[in-house]
Design a binder for this molecule. Structure first.
Ligand code: KG4
Ligand code: ZN
Length: 344
């Protein structure tokens, strides 16, 4: 059994996994209320909340899984990418517990966790039949928009990524411009219900360029111009159309590049993960594309899509099984390391 800790951004999360990637406990503390007054995540506030939340969550997870420290054979912790102060809380805790209980700890790249979430299991979820490596993985969240060919555990070919904003950031910024609150992605998703996806012509960044990178800054600027030309009453009246058209511009590009990559790299297993994979339109359009192309699509439940420690646990398990441990002097890093990913 393994204990996993995730504190890379604003969610404190702890999980306990059995050897076969079965999740025995997953407990997270959401910090949205602490950051809402600022309209975004405040790094200093995030690390303070992690410091308060983490140890009680570990106690709670152990008791929920009905295990004690003598059952825990390793600790997995997110070491990168993320907010340094937040990562530091998780890492110092993992290192200390590793020394106290005499078990190894292993550092995990947060994005690797997102990619492996599809393979987690619990009483209600398991990957679809036949879903395994190699697979195509799209990790879309507030901090990243990355497309990978996942060849095997630890072997991830980075095919494309955003050159500016992440998809979730694009959702959040639009929500802020529209006054829909924080975090904004889910508000745009809800607002778009019954909206006309073609009411406003928003640009699809890099959609028709070769390559598998993404760009969302042009979309954000176009939306800002559109909103500046409207009165508050007009924005309110056309809220559903604005949300639907904006959302469609993001989803179109994500699904197009996913399909293009699947064709180029001949991958029949696909997964979409990260907070943005909660988006109802993205889920529907990806499922439709997979059906059309005969692909096996894993859309993990939300508890494994948004930031969570279970996904860090499964990544850590693969590493520990491969004999990998991390040294006590390892530091967190705000970004991924060049050695984390392989070339396409
Ligand atoms: O993976 P996650 O929980 O944290 C990060 O690593 O960033 O993703 C959070 C992001 C936020 O940008 C949030 O607005 C977005 O996921 N999100 C959504 C939806 N639910 C969450 N975006 C679009 N539609 C949603 N339903
Ligand atoms: Zn994430």
């Amino acid at each position: 059994m393994i204990l996993a800790i995730e504190t890379s951004c604003d969610d404190t999360s702890v999980s306990i996994l059995r050897d076969d990637a079965f999740v025995l406990a997953l407990i997270s503390a959401n910090q949205d209320d602490s950051h809402r007054p600022f309209g975004g995540v405040v790094p200093e506030v995030a690390s303070r909340r992690h410091t308060e939340n983490l140890l009680p969550l570990i106690e709670k997870a152990l008791s929920e899984a009905q295990v004690s420290w003598k059952d825990i054979k390793g600790i997995a912790v997110t070491s990168r990418p993320g907010l340094i102060g937040s990562l530091l809380v998780g890492m110092v805790t993992a290192k200390t517990l590793s020394l106290v209980h005499g078990v190894p700890f292993v550092a995990v790249n947060h994005i690797e966790g997102h990619l492996l979430a599809a393979l987690l299991k619990d009483a209600a979820y398991g990957p679809p039949q036949g879903f395994d490596f190699p697979y195509l993985g799209l990790a879309v969240s507030g901090g990243h928009t990355h497309l990978f060919h996942c060849e095997a555990p630890g072997k991830y070919h980075l095919l494309g990524q955003t050159v500016d904003d992440a998809a979730g950031e694009a959702f959040d910024k639009f929500a802020k411009m529209m006054g829909l609150g924080f975090p904004g992605g889910v508000a745009v998703d809800r607002g778009a219900v019954n909206g006309n996806i073609s009411a406003y012509k928003f640009p699809r960044g890099l959609m028709h360029e070769d390559g598998l990178n993404f760009s969302f800054s042009g979309l954000k600027t176009a939306a800002l111009r559109q909103l500046e030309s409207m009165t508050t009453e007009e924005k309110e009246k056309h809220k559903a159309d604005l949300c639907a058209s904006y959302q469609e511009a993001i989803v179109d590009v994500l699904v197009e590049k996913l399909q293009r990559a699947a064709g180029t790299y001949k991958l029949k297993n696909w997964t979409v993960t990260g907070g943005v994979s909660a988006n109802s339109r993205l889920r529907a359009k990806t499922a439709e594309a997979a059906h059309k192309r005969g692909a096996n699509l894993a859309l993990p439940p939300l508890r494994y899509c948004t930031d969570n420690a279970a996904m860090i646990g499964i990544a850590g398990q693969y590493k520990l099984k491969a004999g990998m441990h991390s040294p006590q002097d390892l530091s967190p890093s705000a970004s991924s390391l060049p050695t984390d990913w392989l070339k396409p």
